[in-house]
Design a protein around this ligand. Sequence first.
Ligand code: ADP
Ligand code: MG
Length: 413
Amino acid sequence: MSQWEHLHAWSPSHGGKRVRDLAHQTFGADASGLVASAPGRVNLIGEHTDYNGGLALPIALPHRTYAWVRARTDGRIRCISAQADHLEEVDLHQLTAHDGSGALTSWAAYVAGVPWAAYHSGVLSELQGADIAIDSCVPFGAGLSSSAALECAVAVAIGQLAGHPARDDEQRGRWAQVCVRAENEVAGAPTGGLDQAASLRCQAGHALALDCRSGATQQLPFDLAAHDLTLMVVDTRAEHSLVDGQYASRRADCTQAAALLGVPLLADIPIEQLAAALDDLASHPHLGARVRHVVTEIARTREFIALLGAGDALSRDLDRLGALMYASHASLRDDYQVSCRELDLVVDTARELHLPGARMTGGGFGGSAIALVPAVQAGEFAAAVSAAFTAADLRSPHLYRVEPGAPADVETT
Ligand code: ADP
Ligand code: MG
């Protein structure tokens, strides 16, 4: 067995069976409900750009979170997860936003937050109670967005039950906003909108070019296998938490820099005006570095999207795509200061093997890195990363080979 085979994603039928079994154990053998699932994501490029109104380019992972959901009429949520200890109960009528007295601190915030936010955003006209069972093969807290996978699986299920399904891309965009509100206001994690848009709006075999300000999307074919390539995700298993203040502090830096520069969002600064903006921020060098990351990252992402959009970039422009990924990593490490030793080690190992491209992905401070790898070198890369971690006295990382997966949806049988 190769090193990553045991970490393969579940098949939809396996995930569906697991979550149905958990529901029957918890809510009764005769309980009938709806099953939905939603993917985690990796972002190919465009990091820390979402809350600055910039561009991002995620793919959905084949790894998904499964939700079994049955409607209740009393406005209560009862939820169980195979990844958590016990049944949680929430009265949606008592729930208030994160800073309010009814705020939730457990994982149930990511679940109950969804019907709460759907109601408070006007997407659903009632507080939709439900019995919910969850199971997932999305790695937890690995920067692969298990939180959005959880929210989005619940969202498509309750939307379907309440007669507001997430069918077309416009409806999916609205549900993505609902899930962002759940995560920001109920779970209290100040993430941008990338993760939820990726989970709901990506398509199999494609990368999603996402304009985070307008919400506009473009599906770009990303067929790695046809080009004898593979995308490897390395979960460093280093400590990672978006709620610990670092993420919020980067967001606050960006807000402060935008105010000093007199623009609503840093995406309003074209790359041609970067030098002038840095001059204006000369007395705040750390803010200048943040701005330099955001503005150059948006430019890199724009170029990456244009190359993919022109067709056949994975053979014709592979070196340039890879160079953009390495440059993204350097910018996140040096200017945005969200990398860490483990992430740098993965990227340095990829460079030593002369792989086309690699970078950290997700919020940073641990979590995962990605590498674009010729399929024949996948084993060599996995071995080199493991050896480098062992030599550095670090915990063994987990490696996954991934292809762009399908978006959140209800089960079709
Ligand atoms: P990431 O989204 O990168 O995996 P986060 O810190 O944003 O990391 O979200 C992880 C949190 O989401 C977990 O601590 C837990 O509260 C919640 N969560 C995600 N998946 C599940 C699940 N299957 N069961 C219960 N809680 C989950
Ligand atoms: Mg998350």
